[in-house]
Each structure stands twice: as structure tokens, then as C-alpha cells.
Write a protein that binds this ligand. Sequence first.
Ligand code: DON
Length: 589
Amino acid sequence: MRVLTWLVVGWLACVPFHDAGAQAGPTPQNAGAQAGPASAPAAFAADYSRYAVAADEPRASAIGAAVLQRGGSAADAAVATVLALGVTNPAASGLGGGGFALYYDAKTEQLTFIDFRERAGAAATTDMFEQAKARGIEDASRVGGLATGVPGEPAGLEALLNKFGRLPREAVTEPAALLAEQGAAMSPYLSEIAQRFEAELLKDDDARAWLTDGSHVLAPGAIAKNLPLARAIRAFGQAGAQPFYLGPIARQIVHAVQQHKGHLSRQDLADYRVVERAPLCRELLGRRICTAPPPSAGGYTLIASLAMLERWLSPPTRANEAELIHALTESFKGPFMDRQRYFGDPDYATLPIDALLAPERLSARAALYHRTLTGDVNAYALPLPELTPETVQPEGGGTSHLCVVDAEGNVAAVTTTVNLPFGARYSAHGILLNDQMDDFARAVGERNAFGLIGGVNNLPGPGHRPVSTMTPTIVFGRDGKPELCIGGSGGSRIVTAVAQAAYRVLALDQAPAAVMAMPRIHHQADPDRLEIEAGLDASVLTQVRARGHDIKDTQWTAKVQMIQIRRTPEATTLRAASDPRKGGAPAGL
Ligand code: DON
């Protein structure tokens, strides 16, 4: 009953400017595992023994699993799944967006992080959004041409396939191309969120032809076809990323951006490159946790939060639910203050990650914790002594995540985004273009759509990548082998949801399906308040309130996908779960 309630809440609770949101022999962790049309919810969690895909949309998971069945690697399956997500839920991701991929190659035991985040064009300036505001355009970072960064998704998917793909590229791309060509049934989730943006979708030729009947958004179950997108996916299958950066699709993207008063040029697209970066890894909770480095602040926040929980809740089972919520809340305050102050594109700003994570600083922060009283966010800030106050800000759903584990033990954690639902709400060649520029600080001290405040390091600049919260993560167990793949969507809530879900699985040994069903909390330092999802036990809520937190009820939280890998001498079990709040379901064997 509770799961059903959440499926409905998940579909209905997508608010504007926030994450709106074939079984092959699984053992369901919850009742009702079924392949089937988008309108019949499949099981949100299931166990597999060979391979698994956990995406936030059931058909995308099924397409990934089918690629694994044909002998594809985790990279092949991740790319097929990402492309399918761009067809089945274009509110959240697509070829016009970007993201991060963390990949574990079981044979070499190497971990690779591919940053395919969007970049600002050469004409970007620190005050471009202030200038737009002065011209009377309030939402220039969110809607229209100025909101769009150079898409990174085609280059990112190509890099993933070139490094780790095994199947011919067209075998990976064809399922999504067919889905776009023949049409995919609108999910209740997509239909609901599209209705919220109906007026804007009707104004865009591609979106109108794809997601509406010409005057209204398609109802759940209606078939949505996108022939230009099918051709774009096939172009990727044939020629890789080239057409999107140098060829005919690049020309159409630049034309669309400029028609919508943006500045991107052909040269900006030609100059786009993915960046391979060292993943951010730390030893915590008896494991090695590897996650997204800057320009994500999510990975840093995850590590800094878990480092506090490790110190405050020892042994982990000592804490009751109220203390866990309290400790999680307190653990988020410091890292979010650090993010405001320091984070930017690491290619253009020096980010003192090692100093921020220095054991003495973590201990100093840990010493501020009071078990029964909420702490002051400013006390948790602990600015580094050597940085000048001038770099400090005044005190003061368009994403998908998926996990793949293949039969050889390769693991892909990929988070992909167009930022806000349907990105900047216009398209080129059937592809909705991102509004990732809103993840920059439009001005120092101003909030983005997720209420996040950016500092000077995160002002827009030519070629810069905006700071992200995306947190694709792979955790290695005591035996050095992957134990958990996890990540999420939901703006600033991504990392707080990932931290609490990962902590529950790793430290408290709670099952992924059970963790999905627990109400989540969120605190991002500023605003200084604790958001709690509906459903928390009343006595726990009373105990949390007694600690002095300013509590706000919320129906909106991030959506998490994960696969836990449990090994015994006899068997491996892949416990896959897709967040029921978004109607996703895993697939596998
Ligand atoms: O990179 C980021 O942090 C944001 N652009 C993510 C946006 C997001 O998760 C939207 N909702 N699902």
C-alpha cells in the first residue's frame, strides 16, 4: 500500500524547477514484478544472479538488460539505457544534456571517471545573467538560448563506448532509435510532468509533434514518436559524436540556440571535449568509496558527510532512527557551506579538496556535534585559513541516474541531465536542449533553481563547466571488489539522498528495497532547515524536533537507483532497486 502511495505521490509530486521524475528472471524484492506497458508499474526492486540494470524508467532498464543478454559490456548497456531514457523520459535527460560516468573495469580493476558535463560557450561572461536581468529577462539561465551549455552527452557516450564497449555501436543504439521511430507509450510520470510545461512544449515544433496532439499533452499510454530523434540516434550509431559537434546536427543545434537568443557558436561545439578525471576516493566505513570529483560537489559532500557519520555513530547500530536523522542533517551542513564558498570548474579554479578533507579539519568539524541539539551552520563552515574572504559568498527534474553490473563484474554508474524538466524548453533535430547554465552562480550570493548559492568560483566563464550535485558512486568492499553502485537525480537533494541510502545499506545492512521505502530527509545548510518526506513515524519526528531543527514537510526528494552486489562462496546476488517515487524498475537475469 505504502509503495503504491509513493508511486502515485512520485508521479504527482514533481514540482516545477525540481526533479519533476522486461524482466528476465528476477526474484522480486517486492510484490508484482511484471514486464509490461508503461502504465502497469513493474516491481521497483528485484534480485538477479548474473547481470542487472537499475534505471528510473522500466523500458530503459529492459533495453540495457537486453544489450547485456546479447553479450554487451556494462558500458554498452549503460549507453543503450541512456539513449532509451532520452526517448522515454525527455524531461530528465537526452542527447542535448550532459553528465558523469564512473566505470569499473573488472579485468584491469581500474576505475575511470568521464566528465561529459556541458560547457559554457566562449561568449559567456560572469555577469551575463545580471545583464539579461537588466534587460528584463529574469529566467535567462533556465529557459531559452542563454540557458544552454554545449551538450556533452554525445561525446560522453562515445567515450564510454570507445573505451569499454564490446558490441558494434549500432547494436547499442538501435533499440533506442526504434523506440523513438515506432513510438513509446507515455508513462504517467512523463505525462504528468509534461502537463506542467504544456504551454512551453506547445511552442516548440519538435516537442509539440512528439509529446502533444497539437493542443494538449498526450495522456498516459498514448504513443509518442520522434522521427528526427530516431535519425539523430542512428547518426550517433553510424558516426559517433561527430555529427553533433562538427556535422549537420551541430549546425541545427547552433541555429536553435541562436534563434532562442543564445550565444553558442559552431566553434563552441567543435571545441567540446570530455575530460577524464581521477575519481574522488576515500576509505570510510571499512570500504573504499569512489565517487564524482569536481565539477561535482556531490561526491565531496557524500564523502564529507559519511566521514562525520563514521565518527558520530560508532557503532552505527547504536543510533536510533531519530539520532540517525539528526546526524545526517548535521553532517550535510559543513559540506554545503564548503560548496558555496569554494566550488567551481576545477579546470579554472583551485579547489582545495585535500585541505577540505584533511583529518584535522574533519575532526574539528566532528567535535561540533551535539547528540541532542541542532548546530549552527556557520559554526560548521570552518573556512580554510589561507583563502581570502573575497572569494566567499555573502552568508547567507531533469536528471536520470542508472547503475549497470554485467556478467563479468564491470560496473557503470551514470548520471545524466538536462537540468530542469525538459531543459531550456526548446529543441533541435528532435533533441531538447539543456539549461545547465542555471547551475552556475548567476551572481555571487544568488540562488539557483535548487536554492543553491554559488560563490565567485562558480560564476559563468568561457568554456567553464558549472558545479553539479550529481553523485555517481561505486563502493568497494573489504575484499576490494565492487559492493554497491548508487546515484540519483533531484538537484541539490541528490547527494543527501545518496548519502542516507548508502549509509543505510553499508553501515546498517538494510536491504535496497527497504531503504527505498523509507522517508528521506534533506538539509543544504542554506536555507537552514530540515526537510522531511511524508511518512516518518510520529514519535521519531517528535524526537528530531526536540533537537531544535526547523522542520519543513516535503513531498519532494531525490530519486535513487542502486545495485548492491553480495558475494558468498556459493553465489553472487545483485540486489537492484529503482526509486518507486519515479516509477522506475530494474531488469536483469
Ligand atoms: O548537475 C546538477 O546538479 C543538476 N543539473 C541536476 C539537476 C537535477 O537533478 C534535476 N532533477 N532531477
